[in-house]
Design a protein around this ligand. Structure first.
Ligand SMILES: [Ca+2]
Length: 259
């Protein structure tokens, strides 16, 4: 008897969730009161900064007081990006709850040694993913395949400093750890973590979704004044043995920062 009640309750909750989700995708919502882009150091408002939700294909600009509105629908986690000349590319993973409150975004002036590797949103995987995955809403950016690789130059003086690969935002990772941290609702499977390679050597595995993940580059692997190469390979669904199911992830703003 108890089992039946639980089952009925489960069906009820699931149905309610679906109704709620479809209601949200119906019209247009405006989220804007108090949203602002400022200089992280001086707190001065920044006019004419581009604020976008790449997955939703939405883009707007801040007004002369640094204010902006989000007139877009999204369900679950999505990446919000801010771009402004002279500043480091900025991104933040938001959801309906975060966007409902005023957002004040502090962006940082870029350093001469910063290298922006990629500022477009990247979707790695095979476009085959569960609705319960940590990527939540629909992908608008088609998968470019299971890995991304790009070459870039690093100057000789980076050898005397600490260098980091910075991933602005990453969503959709379905590792066992992401599941344990309740970053997704996938019950029956999990994936191996995305792997990061620098000049052919694996330097990190990314277990969790999040913003501003910094991965230290071993200085002995840096090739000064020559092309250096970063590769990010997404994981595989470890419960799917009949075919390869790559974990569908989205990431934004890859850069090298030197301290
Ligand atoms: Ca997949």
């Amino acid at each position: 008897m108890k089992k039946i009640i639980i089952l009925v309750l489960f069906i009820f909750v699931t149905t309610q969730t679906q109704i709620y989700a479809s209601a949200l995708t119906g019209g247009v919502s405006t989220i804007g009161a108090g949203n602002k882009v400022v200089d992280a150091r001086t707190n001065a408002p920044i006019a004419n900064a581009q604020v976008s939700l790449p997955k939703q294909g939405y883009s707007t600009k801040t007004d002369e007081n640094g204010n902006f509105m989000l007139e877009a629908h999204f369900v679950g986690d999505t990446i919000m990006a801010v771009q402004k000349d002279g500043y480091r590319p900025f991104s933040l993973t938001i959801n309906e709850e975060i966007a409902a409150k005023p957002m004040v975004l502090g962006i940082q002036k870029s350093n001469a040694t910063d290298v922006v590797i990629e500022s477009e949103m990247l979707h790695l995987g095979d476009n085959n993913f569960s609705a319960d995955s940590a990527n939540a809403g629909e992908f608008q950016v088609k998968a470019i395949g299971p890995f991304f690789t790009k070459a870039f130059k690093m100057s000789a003086n980076t050898l005397a400093k600490n260098n980091f690969l910075v991933i602005g935002s990453i969503i959709g990772i379905d590792t066992a750890m992401a599941r344990a941290m309740r970053q997704n609702a996938v019950r029956n499977s999990f994936s191996s973590p995305p792997e990061v390679y620098f000049n052919g050597t694996k330097i990190a595995e990314i277990q969790l979704n999040g913003d501003n993940q910094k991965i230290k580059l071993p200085n002995n692997l840096i090739r000064p004044n020559q092309p250096n190469e970063v590769t990010i390979a997404t994981g595989k669904n470890l419960m799917q043995r009949s075919y390869i199911d790559y974990d569908d992830i989205e990431l934004m703003n890859l850069s090298i920062q030197t301290e």
